[in-house]
Design a protein around this ligand. Structure first.
Ligand code: GDP
Length: 365
């Protein structure tokens, strides 16, 4: 019976959404990432969170545990198999994670410091999100800095707020209203998440503290809600590979490698791949698909595990010949037939079509 249930769930055939974090410097992006990765051993929360190349993977079991305080009755249903969160916060990772003008980030968390409101890079982030039509939620972070805030570690926000004194509640409302007004001046209508009647019309604001962990269960639940309500089509599992180069890195003993995010499809060792290079297209064979070794595997000589096959969504390191001139941000395509010269040529033209865009970004940074 259990087996049947599992099959039913997988018949939805959704892949894990990919999430980016962006926002102004010092709003707490890094701290929020650290906090959601942290596992609570006392509460038996191991959950299988795995560190990947450039990203952290949260399987649905981990998400269920982390959202338990705001889903006591279990009424909220998870349909996605998990969530892949990109580790590098900020615009760069977001603008790099693109394909054909659309972002490979399916959803984003825009972090705003509740004490500071909207700042220059917040506006820049909003512009990018609008341009790419990326659904996002706003983490209104550092609520523990509201004067007199009494924290309850890792609690749901609504309950925590209810337990504060009137003065704290008033200051919160005041800052919330100011933030909503600032968002509307930017052309976004925003609502406190549990007062939001339509995620299609309003951006949800979720108050958080990366220090106390309050609001983080709400934030994760909201991310899953947003993906499930708004983007099941984009999350249908495809056989076609969608893959983007995050970073080009020289690693001792491996030569030049590329760290990629495989956002859809399956890749195999030996696949013929095509990507963008500074000296023209690069066509090469995948020598190895590497993922970080888990702690228990670390005593074996390598920090990486070799995979014959990898399936989206995940971050993976690729080794291959000829990657020296690879460009970060490039799409990576896989040839169906490595001996079909016409196909290879088509793929090469395809990836090089992005070059102008990529180069203008490189010259700007
Ligand atoms: P980033 O530049 O957006 O990645 O910001 P960081 O995560 O590096 O945080 C910037 C500073 O704000 C650090 O000193 C953090 O300790 C602090 N900080 C981050 N989140 C919170 C929070 O929720 N509450 C408080 N009080 N401080 C925070």
């Amino acid at each position: 019976e259990l087996e049947a249930a599992r099959n039913a769930a997988s018949s939805d055939n959704l892949r894990s959404p990919i999430c980016c974090i962006l926002g102004h410097v010092d709003t707490g992006k890094t701290k929020l990432l650290d906090k959601i990765r942290q596992t609570n051993v006392q509460e038996g929360e191991a959950g299988g969170i795995t560190q990947q190349i450039g990203a952290t993977y949260f399987p649905v079991e981990a998400l269920q545990k982390k959202t338990q305080v705001v889903n006591q009755d279990g009424a909220f249903e998870f349909k996605v198999p998990g969530l892949l969160v990109i580790d590098t916060p900020g615009h760069e990772s977001f603008t790099n994670l693109r394909s054909r003008g659309s972002s490979l980030c399916n959803i984003a968390i825009l972090v705003v410091d509740i004490m500071h409101g909207l700042e220059p890079q917040t506006l820049e982030s909003m512009r990018l999100l609008r341009e790419r039509k990326t659904p996002f939620i706003v983490a209104l972070n550092k609520i523990d800095r509201l004067y007199g805030w009494k924290p309850i570690a890792n609690n749901g926000f609504r309950e925590s707020l209810g337990l504060q004194n009137k003065g704290v509640q008033n200051e919160f409302r005041d800052r919330l209203e100011k933030t909503k007004l600032a968002f509307s001046e930017q052309g976004f209508n925003a609502e406190l998440f549990y007062e939001n009647k339509s995620m299609a019309k309003f951006v949800s604001l979720v108050p958080t503290s990366a220090h106390t962990g309050e609001g983080i269960p709400d934030m994760l639940k909201l991310l899953v809600t947003l993906t499930q309500e708004r983007m099941t089509k984009q999350l249908m599992y495809l056989s076609e590979v969608e893959c983007t180069v995050l970073e080009v890195k020289v690693i001792e003993g491996l030569g030049t490698t590329i760290d990629v995010v495989l956002s859809n499809g399956v890749m195999h060792e030996g696949d013929t791949i095509v990507l963008c290079g500074t000296d023209g297209p690069i066509t090469t064979q995948v020598r190895a698909l590497l993922t970080p070794a888990e702690m228990k595997e670390l005593r074996v000589k390598s920090v990486y595990v070799h995979n014959k096959t990898v399936k989206a969504a995940l971050g993976v390191k690729i080794t291959a010949n000829g990657l020296d001139n690879a460009i970060a941000g490039s799409r990576l395509l896989v040839a169906k037939n490595k001996d079909d010269e016409d196909e290879i040529e088509e793929l090469e033209e395809d990836v090089m079509g992005d070059l102008e865009n990529l180069m203008s970004r490189i010259s700007k940074t």
